[in-house]
Every structure is written in structure tokens, then in C-alpha cells.
Design a protein around this ligand. Sequence first.
Ligand code: FAD
Ligand code: 2HG
Ligand code: ZN
Length: 453
Amino acid sequence: MGKYRGSSKLLLQPKNTEEVSQILKYCNSRCLAVVPQGGNTGLVGGSVPVFDEVIINVGLMRNILSFDKVIVSGVLVCEAGCILENLISFLDDEGFIMPLDLGAKGSCQIGGNVSTNAGGLRLLRYGSLHGSVLGLEAVLANGTVLDMLGTLRKDNTGYDLKHLFIGSEGSLGIVTKVSILTPPKLSSVNIAFLACEDYTSCQKLLLEAKKKLGGILSAFEFLDSDAMSLVSSTTFLGTENHGQEVIKDKHGQDFTSIDLRALPLEFWYSYASGSIFMENLEAFLLHSVESGLVANGVLAQDINQASSFWHIREGLPEALMKAGAVYKYDLSLPLEKMYDLVEEMRVQIGPAAKVVAYGHLGDGNLHLNISAPAYDDNILAKIEPFVYEWTSKNRGSISAEHGLGLMKAAKIHYSKSPETVRLMIDFDYCVFELLPDTSCLDDNHSIICLCLS
Ligand code: FAD
Ligand code: 2HG
Ligand code: ZN
């Protein structure tokens, strides 16, 4: 995003856990700061060496160690540097899928995914990594290797410490190996791209889809009309106008020209019972149109059309990046309030910048993006602290799936109580022997006092 600049002089690429351990032990003994880095696709600056940290990137640790193919098992054990897309392809050949998928799959690493507890496009169906990660190996700051690389579905022996590492953004140690439960691939998949007149209809449609389609619904994403026009107006769609051509309804009307909220909905079903599911799906779509919840829509006719739909949704971050400067907010909010924030933000900002909204509606996760020609302190002053206060007042989360990183470390108090923050800091300090991170202490005096004490 051109927002955070690194200034490290040293990148280390260990080839195995022992090397990670030796590096951390040495750096710890010399008080040298380190930053763990995966694919560097994070959106909150967590992997950027903004001071003079030594970068430790486990990208060379990219072996698949084992895969248990038995259908009831499906456990994949791999090194943390494996690129997500490579794992997806490997599993596809084996008849399985990763429970995680996201637009950055071509670069992000499974170690980075675990460390950010990435959510992505399949969370609605397969849940978060707290559910699918069965075990981890991690190296602590002092070089101690923690072997928690279990492959068992059940193991209630003491604290389940792996959960501390899932979503801890490298603050407790470096993840070196991961064991993950992967579901079998269902042979059929389809996707509908629908448009609703307003946000209330989108919300009702989600509830209907959950009720009527239950198990076959695997994703329920959302993008508003500003997001839709941004993604279709950028060169991102390519010279062959990849997306636009397919986004026509059966009467030939072009989706991109109408001011509606669009929803890609994905459905997975097994081939054996495919026709029953297709009937259900068609009945659901027909009913949604007849009842006025859906104003317009297309059901993908083939795999190319289906991937074009995903291409549009997954291409939004890149389209925004190409459009200029972007202020990104990744929020969990009560569903019924989610779009109120977008509308209030438009009033708050005025014509100085464009407010673009999309996200994982099925998970209550809004990606609020404010796009401007260049970074500008006047625009920022209109966004913050307004966006954080609004989220906090509505008991939302200021980081739904991207983490705190550098961008939001000092904002943690908007989503967590002082007692909770205190426990986190005590925990880092006493259990993991880590020094408090003073970069998170600038504008929250209560946290400063806690750290100093
Ligand atoms: P990095 O960006 O390299 O690092 C992220 C954080 O994890 C840093 O704090 C880093 O220090 C730490 N870290 C990295 N590797 C390790 C390790 N081995 N051990 C310990 N700490 C480590 N995120 C979502 O949740 N859902 C999405 O749908 C989604 N879509 C995206 C789409 C695009 C186009 C882009 C650019 C990003 C998207 N992201 C999404 C954000 C990002 O891709 C994820 O956070 C991803 O999990 C980061 O993985 P990474 O390997 O790139 O990690
Ligand atoms: C997505 O869902 C990612 O596409 C990125 O989480 C969100 O660009 C963003 O704000
Ligand atoms: Zn997302």
C-alpha cells in the first residue's frame, strides 16, 4: 500500500527449525530486534521492519511433511513457509481442499496465515483456523523449540497452547510447522452473483440462504456499488474485459451499470446428490427474486464464469491499490449496523475521498476502504478516531481478521478491556520473557502505565 517502509539491513532465511532456533537464541542474547515475515501480504504493517529489525523469513521451509489421505483423517503436516496456493493445488490432486482461501493465496504462507488467524472466503463453512489447526511447532524468542505438532482431533491434556500462537502475529515466537485438518473436496461447486436494491435486502438474503441452503452454502460475500464500479473501471479486469462480459443477467442487462449491491454466493455440493442441491438452489434463487430480495442475478454456467465472479471479489484490494492511497479498516460489526457506518463515513468524509465497502457478510466482517488520490492528514483526521469510536460503541472489533500489526497496536483498547490488555502484557513479559513493545504505547495512557509497572 506504500504506507509502511522497511529499513532492515539483514534478511535471514533459515532452512530448518534448528536454524530458526539458533538465530533467535543469538538475537535474544544480543538484544537484537527481529521481525518474522511470511509472504509479506499482511495489510497492517506487521511484517515490515520499520525500525532496523533483522527479518526472519521461513520461505525456504516449504516442504509438505505428510498427508493422511484416509477420508476421515485428511490431516496435512507441512512447514510454515509453504505458499497457500501450493497447498491448495496439492490437496486438489489428492481430492481434498484447504479450509482456508484468500485473495493473497499466491504469495502468503501458511505460517503467516496461522500467525494472523486469517479468515478469508471459506470461514462461513469451515470455521476459523482455531478449529482446523490441529498442531504447531514454534520457536520462542530465546530459541526454545515448542513441539505442539499433534495430529489428534481430541487432546484435552492441559492448556492447548497452540491457540496462543494462532493470531498472535509473531509476537510470541516463530511458527515453523503446522498440522491442519482438511475437508474432502465435494465434486460440484457453483456460484451465483446477485444484486439487491439495498443493504437490508442483503442482510435478509443472508438469513434466508442460511435457513434454506444450510450446509451447501460455503461463502456469502458482499461488495457495494462503489466497490463494483471501482473494480470494473480499473484496468485490473484485463484487456479482454474478463469480468464485465459475464456480469449480464439473462436479459442482457449489465450489472456494472446499475446501482445495486452485489453478492457473490458460493455453493458446494457433492456430485451424487448434485441434482437435488441444484433444484434447491434454483428454487431458492427463484423465490428470492420473486419476493423482491434479489433484484437481478446470474448463476454461473461453467467453471470459467464461476472463477470470473471470484476474480471480481478477490481483485478488490488490488484495484484499490491501483486507484491511489487507501485507508483500510477491517471491522467486525453487528450485521444490522454494518452498513450504517459506511453511510455515516460518506457524510463524514464528503467529496475528498471515496468510501468503498465490501467484505465477508456471512461472517459479519466489513472491509471499509477509503480511497483518495494521495495520503492526506486532513482525510485521516476525518476517519480516525471516528471509525474506532463507532466500532467500539457498537461492541464491534477493530480487527476482524487482519490483526493489529503496526497500524492498530495502539488501538487495541477500542476492542479489549484494560484488564484483558494488562493480562496480555503480563503474559508476554512474565511467561514469554518478552520486553513490552513500546511502539504500541503512544496514544493510550492507561496502557503506558500498565507497561511501566
Ligand atoms: P506476513 O504478511 O508476512 O506477516 C503477517 C504477520 O504474521 C506479521 O505480523 C508477521 O510478523 C507474522 N508472521 C508471518 N509469518 C510468521 C511465522 N512463520 N511465524 C510467526 N509469525 C509470522 N487476510 C484475511 O484474513 N482474509 C482475507 O480474505 C485476506 N485477503 C487478502 C487479499 C489480498 C489481495 C491481500 C494482499 C491480503 C489479504 N489478506 C487477507 C491479508 C493477508 O494476506 C493475511 O493476513 C495473510 O495471512 C498473511 O500471510 P503472510 O504469509 O503474507 O504473512
Ligand atoms: C479481502 O477480504 C481481504 O479481500 C482484504 O481481507 C480486505 O482490502 C481489504 O480491505
Ligand atoms: Zn477479508
